[in-house]
Write a protein that binds this ligand. Sequence first.
Ligand code: PEP
Ligand code: MN
Length: 361
Amino acid sequence: MIIKLSTQDAEPRQALVAALEEAGLEVRQLQFPFGDFLAGLGTSGPALKKIQAMAGVAWARPAGSKPILAARELNPGGSRVRLGRMEIGGETLALVAGPCSVEDREQIFTTARFVAAFGATALRGGAYKPRSSPYAFQGLGQAGVELLKEAGDAAGLPVVTEVMEAGDVEAMAPFVDCFQIGARNMSNSPLLKAVGRCGKPVLLKRGPSATLAEFVLAAEYIMLEGNAQVILCERGIRTFETATRNTLDLNAIPVLKGMTHLPVVVDPSHGTGLRHAVSPMARAAVAAGADGIVVEVHPDPASALSDGEQSLHLPEFRRLAEELKPVAEAVGRRLDLPETLPFAPNQIPLIRRAMGWGGSR
Ligand code: PEP
Ligand code: MN
């Protein structure tokens, strides 16, 4: 069961913890910006009625198959998740940009500098890659995580990267501002619990065949560990359509907003798999109320080690950002884009190459 506390006093809280333990339930004390809660995990049986009548209880609900902590009604105004200088879920749109995979120092530093100068709010890049083929590039692992952080620091951007194993969370955590749970791992509950315990923001991607109800329940796993900093990411689902890599389910935006108070972002790169479809679908997502966009960007997509065909060239990212701005404003959101490019002259050769003016890297 989940109990919402009506007081911060220690005495009723202790009595409630004791009552939950006496009923054989595993107790979690959860403090969120939208309230203090106690979770009693296990079969509560007759204990619920007794607890509902105890002091300090605003309400007590039996656990069932529906999310409780992630449910919209717990924070009807919507939750915000801080990432670097911005809060995802607020008025300003988040732009998370970067390569599918961290490949080498030059690739990630070039991308980081450019996307920062072009208005990104966070740098993404995978180091542990869940590839469909075991023969495909699997990522640089921990070295890639550390390189991503170095590049993010150099560009002044927080970093988002995927974790695939619960056992990696601890080693990665000092270098990660936001853990990504990939689509293939959305229902990996030990991994969800591990990122929940670690307390850092989590970008939770929707499984390719997960219903929205299952998606929100995956977020509930993270929240039950005391971590409410969860951002939901729609990234396309598997349908009968083969013209696109996935079918980007924009229905998910308004429907999730009704189901949960968590911020919702959209990844049109994996949602379409097609570079030319990324910007139009990003605009559609913002028009439909997304709190941000996650997009793959590469200095030389033709030579990318993963997902090159859906990755934007660096100048295309700037164009995407410029095209998103009026859409954001039309739906009452903001997108603050830097107007000048603050590059030192000694960086120009790098810029030329990245812009495709000086050949490939
Ligand atoms: C990715 O972000 O590069 C990725 C592998 O995404 P997904 O888990 O959505 O396929
Ligand atoms: Mn990718």
